[in-house]
Design a protein around this ligand. Structure first.
Ligand SMILES: O=C(O)c1ccccc1N[C@@H]1O[C@H](COP(=O)(O)O)[C@@H](O)[C@H]1O
Length: 211
């Protein structure tokens, strides 16, 4: 488990080779593909499969799905052999997906207050992030930062990850304030929506692990 020795890093929303190769080269632990059509980071299963072949055995691939049917996931898995499923769904549905596909499931879990932090983890990991703005067209990937003070002193006994509005400039502080064992970024390492910047990826990974 990467978080035992250093902060785990997931870079999400890869759409092209340069960004993907930068994640591999700079030591991201997880590389995410977004299978949500309304996202500027949407990739087809075929493109995800093509990119995933560039991985060299260090990073794991994560497929992100928003309220998926089983068929949606199965169609992707027919092409792209994902290591982890990141899901926006209820606790019960996430558990069901984990049983159906026999893969680790991470549940994206928006919170707006300390009282909303999850008491338990129904799957393999919780991704703690802010609630999306009311007018958002997607539940995540909005460059919106969580109020990290909500997480101060929170020490759940299950694996979790911090997401939302993380950048090269704030990830070090985010890890210090929240004690997050792992972090997830999409917008913060982009030069344009859906296009990752290799130098931001390099700096993000370094800063996340600088504590
Ligand atoms: O990245 C997207 O486009 C996306 C679309 C739909 C749901 C989630 C999405 N991304 C996830 O959102 C968080 C935070 O992203 P950001 O760094 O604030 O842009 C992260 O978990 C992404 O995996």
């Amino acid at each position: 488990m990467p978080e035992q020795s250093r902060t785990g890093v997931k870079i999400c929303g890869l759409t092209e080779e340069v960004g993907f190769d930068a994640c591999v080269e700079h030591g991201a632990d997880w590389i995410g593909f977004v299978f949500f059509e309304r996202s500027p980071r949407f990739v087809t299963p075929e493109l995800a499969a093509c990119l995933a072949r560039r991985e060299r055995g260090q990073a794991k691939t994560v497929g992100l799905f928003v309220h998926p049917q089983d068929d949606d996931i199965a169609k992707v898995l027919d092409h792209a052999p994902l290591d982890v499923l990141q899901i926006y769904a209820s606790d019960e549905r996430a558990q069901q997906i984990s049983e159906v596909f026999g893969l680790p499931v991470w549940l994206s879990y928006p919170v707006a207050g300390r009282e909303e932090l999850p008491p338990t983890c129904p799957v393999q990991r919780m991704l703690i992030e802010p609630r999306p703005p009311k007018d958002a067209t997607r539940p995540g990937g909005n460059a919106q930062k969580l109020d990290w003070s909500l997480l101060a002193g929170w020490q759940p006994s299950f694996p979790w990850m911090l997401a939302g509005g993380l950048t090269v400039d704030n990830v070090g502080e985010a890890v210090r304030v929240t004690g997050a064992p792992a972090v997830d970024v999409s917008s913060g390492v982009e030069s344009a929506q859906g296009i990752k910047d290799p130098s931001l990826i390099a700096r993000f990974v370094r800063h996340a692990r600088s504590n």
